[in-house]
Design a protein around this ligand. Structure first.
Ligand code: SF4
Length: 87
């Protein structure tokens, strides 16, 4: 099963490097979903509020070719490639 990019919304600062480097247009940056904000710890809430709750989402994750460019490009180390759990 292929890996998929996962964004740690508590680390992401919406700098859009992932949007720029991904050859397959996997990411978009938008305001964080309420459920994702609520799931953050206090530090994550403070950090993301400083960035108007903007964050990256891998909205077209099915296009990912696992090149790793987004992982390398993210200055916050907020992206990992994760193998989905079969089931
Ligand atoms: S690993 Fe490559 S193809 Fe996949 S989301 Fe990151 S930059 Fe795009």
């Amino acid at each position: 099963m292929p890996t998929r990019p996962v964004v740690d919304h508590g680390r992401c600062e919406a700098k859009r490097d992932c949007v720029r480097v991904c050859p397959f247009d996997v990411f978009e940056v938008r305001r964080m979903d309420v459920a994702d904000f609520d799931a953050l710890g206090l530090l994550g809430k403070l950090r993301t509020t400083a960035h108007r709750r903007m964050t990256a989402y891998p909205v077209r994750a099915d296009r990912c070719e696992e090149c790793g460019k987004c992982v390398t490009a993210c200055p916050e180390g907020a992206i990992t490639l994760v193998r989905p759990v079969a089931g």
